[in-house]
Ligand binder design. Structure first.
Ligand SMILES: C[S@@+](CC[C@H](N)C(=O)[O-])C[C@H]1O[C@@H](n2cnc3c(N)ncnc32)[C@H](O)[C@@H]1O
Length: 233
């Protein structure tokens, strides 16, 4: 019989496993050189999402940006929007830091920490205009489904940080997860489906992501969902 200590039972269920992938020299150098300039330290207190940027403007948050290529592309082509990327995978953080520095972007910052905790403690109420979650780990096996980020509690937590009339854009290449996302979002009375009840977003306006490209090579489908928070803006 497995011997579970109390701490096993108390440990939060994480939506990720820190992969042991080594940092390249360039990623390590970027982390050493640019961390203090572009990474906002998570310390259990709400950051001020206005003062961390050069210009106060609408805020888009991307959870789990992976290697950050598509986030960098969005920040470059939308200088009138501030972007905050949340990711736990250090090689991705290193790669994105290089991209931010090379392009001298002032509208893109990073938090390197579990997004569930950042949402709970690291952001003030009603500060997000757009939330992006592209290809979150699908956790295919039934016994792992509880690790999926998109759950009713996660949406409740998220909604406390969203402004009225804010957008939530999810994408996945795993049909069962897409259906689960749809069910969870449609069940929340504070949200409406921009594309009509039960409908996926067929022509999403986002860059193709690295993970998506891998799925395309394997012949996977893609499902996008776009929801809007209710209330007066
Ligand atoms: C399957 S990858 C997709 C990456 C990227 N969005 C793309 O499409 O290329 C999922 C990413 O989410 C990150 N992730 C998972 N759970 C997270 C969490 N709770 N907080 C922050 N990042 C998380 C993982 O580290 C991983 O890089």
């Amino acid at each position: 019989m497995p011997n579970h200590s109390d701490s096993d039972h108390n440990r939060p269920i994480r939506s990720y496993v820190i992969r042991s992938g080594r940092l390249t020299d360039a990623q390590r150098k970027a982390i050493d050189s640019y961390w203090t300039q572009y990474v906002i330290e998570f310390n259990n207190h709400a950051i001020d999402p206005v003062s961390i940027f050069a210009v106060p403007q609408k805020l888009t948050v991307e959870i789990g940006f992976g290697m950050g290529d598509s986030l960098l592309e969005m920040a470059q082509s939308n200088p009138d929007v501030n972007f905050l990327g949340i990711e736990v995978h250090q090689p991705g953080v290193g790669k994105l830091l290089n991209g931010i520095a090379e392009n001298q972007l002032t509208n893109l910052k990073i938090i390197c920490h579990d997004a569930s905790e950042v949402l709970q403690f690291g952001l003030p109420a009603h500060c997000i205009d757009r939330l992006l979650l592209f290809f979150p780990d699908p956790w295919h096996k039934k016994r792992h489904n509880k690790r999926r980020l998109v759950q009713p509690e996660f949406i409740d937590r998220l909604l406390k940080k969203m402004r009225p009339q804010a957008k939530i854009h999810f994408a996945t290449d795993w049909q069962a997860y897409a259906e689960h996302m749809m069910e969870v979002l449609e069940a929340n009375p504070e949200l409406e489906n921009v594309n009509g009840a039960g409908a996926f977003w067929l022509q999403p306006n986002r860059p193709v992501t690295k993970f998506e490209r891998r799925g395309q090579r394997l012949g996977h489908g893609v499902w996008d969902l776009l929801f809007r928070t209710k209330g007066e803006n």
